[in-house]
Design a binder for this molecule. Structure first.
Ligand SMILES: [Fe+2]
Ligand SMILES: [Fe+2]
Length: 484
């Protein structure tokens, strides 16, 4: 990053001109338009240095930084930088995170951003006010940077626990926080859409980026995370789970980081169209009438419509719209929407598998026949080549193992256990389980962790064998209490 100091100075110069110009000129003024264009160019130049990633311009102890790199004072810029330090201090602003999407933003929005930053000085809590204004205007390309935020944002989780956190407990904690952040985020998007408002996807992008990091650090934790369910928010839990499972498949087949992000976003939004279907239909406990079925089956089309309405760059939306349309078409095209000839995209085929697996393993009000994870895989194998792409299904099954995390196992030792880890491939599919102590009446509690591949030293026989499997709900167990 040799040139970064220079670019950092250029950014501060451009920001300074922009903030000054909007004080005296309106949106149509040529100078104002030029300042906005210069500012966008300076931000894009920095994003370009790091292959299109976002970056943070932050102030700490009276010095400006680009991410962790200090912006050096040049002879010509020393005074200007001091002016900017005072400007930020006066507003108690810590900095801004800019995304490369800024290059697609129109000048009026850039000018409005600058006006809002100026106006922040008149507010009681400038940072909070600015954050609210940026959210209200769906400025997904800029965010006020809060160094010690503890708001449940995964960024906060990072800073709270440090990059060095390699301990599994820490990773699980972090994973759980990211998951609940994901739920809140998705709920926010859906509520905006249901209320006829437009929603941005900046936070969703951040969320899937965190999922990608998690996949790099600890893929099994990602899988365990998909057994998490918040029963009140099943639609959102479902979408977050589908994203986790789909991205895990994507990682297994070697997708790039960028592709995993797109896959995750597409999965997160695949059922977005359900906000357009009356809840009396989506949550109906008994069978749907044929008319209700027609309405329900229109949700992939509604998902397409809702995705198109999202406040995000067209290129980004174009990448995620197709799988939403395709996720119920089925591999042999016998699903819906009907198409006589269609090649379902790779993401569409992946999301279909993640979607069905999560749907048939989740005990929802209206679904009495939910399956334990291992039986769900058995059921899905029968539909390979019909409903599912057989090759991707095989990858999925190999990934989850014979007894996927979240399966309850009954043992020949009369003990009960919960699968917490997918085994490595060379263990004949025998999982690591957590023994469950107690009983259904008084509730279960954590016992010891046991490896079912363990054999007796004398006989060479396995110490414990699985005699039956069950869904956690059959024992009134919430896997989340045990796995995380
Ligand atoms: Fe769906
Ligand atoms: Fe779904």
């Amino acid at each position: 990053m040799a040139a970064i100091d220079n670019r950092g100075q250029q950014l501060l110069v451009a920001l300074n001109s922009l903030l000054r110009t909007v004080r005296i000129h309106d949106d149509t003024n040529r100078q104002a338009v030029e300042c906005a264009a210069n500012f966008v160019d300076s931000v894009s130049a920095i994003c370009g240095l790091d292959s299109g990633e976002e970056f943070t311009l932050q102030i700490s102890n009276g010095r400006f930084f680009l991410d962790d790199e200090k912006i050096l004072h040049g002879r010509n810029t020393e005074t200007l930088i001091q002016v900017m330090v005072d400007y930020f201090s006066e507003r108690q602003l810590s900095g801004f995170t800019f995304s490369p999407d800024i290059c697609t933003i129109n000048h009026p929005d850039i000018l409005l951003f600058a006006r809002m930053v100026n106006q922040a000085a008149e507010q009681e809590d400038p940072a909070a006010w600015l954050k609210k204004m940026l959210d209200e205007n769906d400025f997904y390309w800029v965010e006020h940077f809060e160094p010690d935020q503890a708001t449940g944002d995964p960024e906060a989780v990072d800073s709270e626990e440090g990059d060095e956190a390699t301990d599994q407990e820490d990773r699980r904690n972090r994973a759980r926080k990211i998951y609940s952040y994901g739920l809140d985020n998705l709920k926010g998007v859906a509520m905006k859409l249901a209320g006829g408002q437009r929603a941005g996807i900046k936070k969703s992008v951040r969320l899937v980026q965190n999922f990608v990091n998690l996949l790099d650090d600890d893929a099994p934790v990602m899988l365990g995370l998909s057994t998490l369910r918040i029963y009140d928010d099943e639609t959102y839990s479902h979408s977050v789970n589908v994203a986790l499972l789909a991205m895990s498949i994507g990682k297994k087949i070697g997708l790039s980081r960028g592709a995993l992000e797109k896959l995750g976003l597409a999965a997160l939004f695949h059922d977005l169209g359900k906000v357009s279907i009356p809840q009396a239909i989506t949550k109906k406990p008994d069978g749907l009438t044929s008319r209700e079925k027609v309405i329900m089956r229109s949700h992939p089309l509604h998902s397409v419509r809702q995705i198109v309405m999202l406040r995000a760059p067209h290129s980004r939306k174009a990448q995620i719209v197709l799988p939403a349309f395709e996720h119920h078409m089925k591999f042999d095209l016998t699903g819906y929407p009907k198409a006589s000839s269609w090649h379902i995209s790779l993401f569409g085929r992946i999301i279909t598998i993640a979607d069905v697996f999560d749907a048939i393993t989740s005990p929802r009000v209206y679904r009495k026949n939910f399956l334990s994870p291992d039986r769900a895989l058995g059921f899905m194998i029968q539909l390979a080549g019909k409903d599912f792409d057989p090759i991707i299904l095989k990858v999925f099954i190999n990934m989850l193992g014979l007894y996927p995390p979240g399966t309850v196992v009954e043992l020949d030792s009369d003990e009960l256990g919960l699968v917490i880890e997918t085994p490595a491939t060379n263990r004949k599919g025998l999982p690591v389980i957590l023994l469950l102590k107690g009983d259904a009446d008084k509730g279960y509690r954590k016992g010891e962790t046991v490896d079912l591949a363990e054999r007796s030293a004398d006989s060479g026989q396995y110490l414990r064998k699985i005699v039956n499997t069950a869904h956690p709900a059959a024992y009134n167990i919430q896997p989340v209490q045990f796995i995380f």
